[in-house]
Structures are given as C-alpha cells and as structure tokens.
Write a protein that binds this ligand. Structure first.
Ligand code: PLP
Length: 432
C-alpha cells in the first residue's frame, strides 16, 4: 500500500518536472498560483454540502457557506453581475445545467461547428448536447475565417432553434454578441455565451462584454481566468423567464432559480467545496491590478506570436488573433497537425493538433495546430521570448523528421525554461 501511494506521489513530482521543463502552448491550460493549489488540498474535500449557502441538505455547513459566499461575491465583482453559481465541477457541467434549465429534449440548438472551433457541449453528436437535442451549426466564412453571421442568421430564421450558443475552443477572434442577440430576439431564442476560453480577457475589459447582450454566460475557471479546474454560471441581471419555463412542480421560476435547480439536483450532487475555496482565491487574484497587466501581456504576446509565424510563411486562420490563441493551417508546410504535435512533443513543446475550417482530414490527423499563450505568459515570457518560442517551434516543424535537430531544440528548451522557474519551492513529499 505505502509503496503504491508513494508511487503516485513520485508520478506527481514527475508531472511537476514535465511542466517545469516544457514550453506549454496548449491554449486551454494555465498555471494557478500556489495559494489556489493549496486550497484544493485541504479538509474541505471531506465536506458534503448539497444545496446552496444558507439552504443545505447537510449539517455543519457554516464554514463552507462562508467560503462559497465569498467566491460568489468575488465573481460578481469581476464581471459586474448580480447572480452567479460557482458549483459546476467543470465547464461541461455548467453548460449541461443551462440546457436542462432552458430547453427540452428534442429542442433545436444552434452553435459553432466543432470542426470550426466550437466545443463538444455546443451540439456534438458525441455529447449530451447533440444526443438530447437537435443540433444545428453555423461555421466560419471560407475566405475570412470569421464567424459567418449571415449563415447563423439564415439558419436561425429558418430553423428557429430554442437556443443559440456563442463562444468556442479554437476561435481566435472576438464575438459580435449584440448581433447574435438581435438575431435571437427575432425568433425568441435564449442566447448562451460560453466564455470558457476568454473569461480572463473579458474580466480585464480587453474583449467585448457578453453580459450586455447574452441571457446566460458560462465559463470554465482554469483557462485565462487562471483558477482551479471548474466551471461557473452567471447572469448580469436575474430575470423572470420570458419563455414560461416551469420547474418539476409546474411552478414558474426566475432564471437564477431555474439554473440553481438545474445544476443541483439536476446535473450534480455535492459541490466540491475545496475547489470552490480555490475559485474564491483565484477570483480575488483576478480583482487585483496585476491581473490586468497579465491579461494585457497575453494579448501582446499572442499578437507577437501570430505576427512572427506569419512572417515565417505560416497561414493563420483569419490572419491573426484578437485573443490568447491562434490556429495555424499547416497545409502549405506539408505537415499534418498530428505529425506536428508529435514532433514538437519530442522537443518538450506542448500543444494540440486541431481541425481547421473545411478540413479534409479527420480530427485524429487534422491539418492544423492550435497555440495559446496564457501559460507561458504566466511563466513570465514577454515579446522577446515569444520570438524565441516561435523560432524553436519553426525549427521543429521544418525538421519534423530530423531527430538530431529535434534533440538540439529540446536541449535549448530545457535551458530556456530554467530561466522562468515554475513553483521553485514545490515538491510533493513521500509519506512514510
Ligand atoms: N466550453 C468551452 C468553450 C471549452 O473550451 C471547454 C473546454 O475546453 C468547455 C466548455 C468544457 O470545459 P471542461 O473541460 O471543464 O468540461
């Protein structure tokens, strides 16, 4: 037993070393602060707290009530909103609760196609969203790489979906929330903005504000928001539900009540109070001025990176980025996304293969890669270092079959990343 437990801690230390020694370009990842991580490894994990602060199904919840209330208050301050639920275990759970609260099985939904940058929970046939609902999709314009709002409008007016979803996982441009709401209003649809990727940039006022126009906003907390792995659901203003949706007992409820009920008991059981404590701390960090500096650096680093790739002859979907990520079309480089990802991994550069709009290759092969800068920006890389990252990536991609060159790049990556220490004091001790 002891040996096996220690084996797990050895593996955790191995993962710590992997993170320290890699250039992390996965757009959905980040490095939380030590205080955020510490909150997750506490006695709060022992506590059952089904329900919400002040209305729990278990005794002994006075402490977690206080913690969850602080998390909610902090999140409200960040986005200038008047209602939030911080219990979703993940972004997917947050979206599941929105679906459960607003629409019925079989109802039509309209989201960005997964192969064009959408998310599984926006209608993929492999996901609850596509299995339980009739999923319709809009895409990107073939020439511009931008969301095809004309297609969105045409599909919405013809098909009359009950819900329109905006936001995505691999879209590098900002969203026209105002236009989407105008379209939705023509057919009485709910607008859900899923800001999982861009929440931190929105919090810092660097991208359009979805709360002004969208009925409901969901997010993850672990990407640009730099918190623990988890989700949230938010409303700027609570409202009487205009769609006349009723709860299980046939009662009309406000939107916030419907969402609370949909998450618990609809989708989840007990909340993860240790993660909620970590969310409260991460939200406190977002409220500091430093976080704005960080978000600005993300944008500047992403623009430096996209400019440098373009100069080296790489084709970027939509020609660049407004946010923290970019999608590179590798077809003119005679490489697949899979091959690129594997070659880069050998050089300790981590990113993911990604379909590009109108890709003729499967999601397992793909013609593109997605790169994001939130994690390396947290490590302290600025414009000069971003140019070096682009050079290292380019050297691997232009020598994808040259093991000797890849080994040389790996050596450079190792010494380069030592200049940006990650959790320098951290070590997970063995238990005896
Ligand atoms: N929504 C979007 C847009 C995402 O990018 C993601 C995750 O990548 C999610 C939802 C789901 O989040 P999770 O992995 O926490 O379920």
């Amino acid at each position: 037993m002891k040996e096996n437990v220690n084996h797990i801690f050895n593996l955790v230390n191995k993962e710590l070393e992997r993170q320290r020694n890699s250039i992390e370009l996965i757009a959905s990842e980040n490095f939380t602060s030590l205080q955020v991580m510490q909150a997750m490894g506490t006695v709060l994990t022992n506590k059952y707290a089904e329900g919400y602060p002040g209305k729990r199904y278990y005794g002994g919840c006075e402490v977690v009530d206080e913690i969850e209330t602080i998390a909610i208050q902090n999140l409200k301050k960040i986005f200038n909103i008047n209602w939030a639920n911080v219990q979703p275990h993940s972004g997917s759970q947050a979206n599941a609760a929105v679906f459960l609260s607003c629409i019925k099985p079989g109802d039509k939904i309209l989201g960005l196609d997964l192969t064009m940058g959408g998310h599984l929970t926006h209608g993929s046939p492999a996901n609850f969203s596509g299995k339980n609902h009739q999923a319709l999709f809009y895409g990107l314009n073939r020439d511009t790489g931008l969301v095809d709002y004309q297609m969105l409008e045409q599909t919405a007016l013809q098909q009359k979906p009950k819900m329109i979803i905006c936001g995505g996982s691999a879209y590098s441009r900002d969203w026209d929330y105002k236009l989407i709401r105008e379209i939705a209003d023509k057919i009485g649809a709910v607008v859900l903005a899923d800001i999982a990727h861009t929440a931190g940039l929105i919090a810092s006022g660097l991208l359009n504000d979805p709360f002004e126009h969208c009925h409901i906003v969901t997010s993850t907390t672990h990407k640009t928001l730099r918190g623990p792995r988890g989700g949230v659901i938010m409303l700027r203003h609570d409202f009487e539900n205009p769609w006349g949706i009723k709860d299980n007992k046939g009662q009309l409820r406000t939107m916030s009540q419907l969402l609370d009920l949909a998450l618990f008991p609809g989708v989840q059981g007990g909340p993860l109070e240790h993660v909620i404590a970590a969310k409260a701390i991460a939200f406190e960090e977002v409220l500091q001025n430093d976080f704005k500096v960080y978000s600005n650096q993300i944008i500047s680093n992403a623009q430096t990176m996209s400019g440098a790739f373009t100069e080296r002859g790489y084709n970027l979907i939509s020609g660049g980025t407004d946010n923290h990520l970019m999608l590179v079309d590798l077809r003119n480089k005679n490489l697949t996304g899979k091959k690129a990802q594997e070659a880069l991994e050998k050089a300790n550069i981590t990113l993911n293969k990604n379909t590009i709009p109108f890709d003729d290759k499967s999601p397992f092969i793909t013609s593109g890669i997605r790169l994001g800068v939130p994690a390396i920006t947290t490590r302290g890389l600025k414009e000069m270092e971003i140019l070096k990252v682009v050079d290292l990536v380019d050297r691997v991609l232009t020598n994808a079959d040259n093991e000797t060159e890849i080994k040389l790049v790996r050596k450079e990556v190792l010494s380069f990343m030592q200049e940006f220490p990650l959790y320098p004091e951290l070590y997970f001790r063995q238990f005896s």
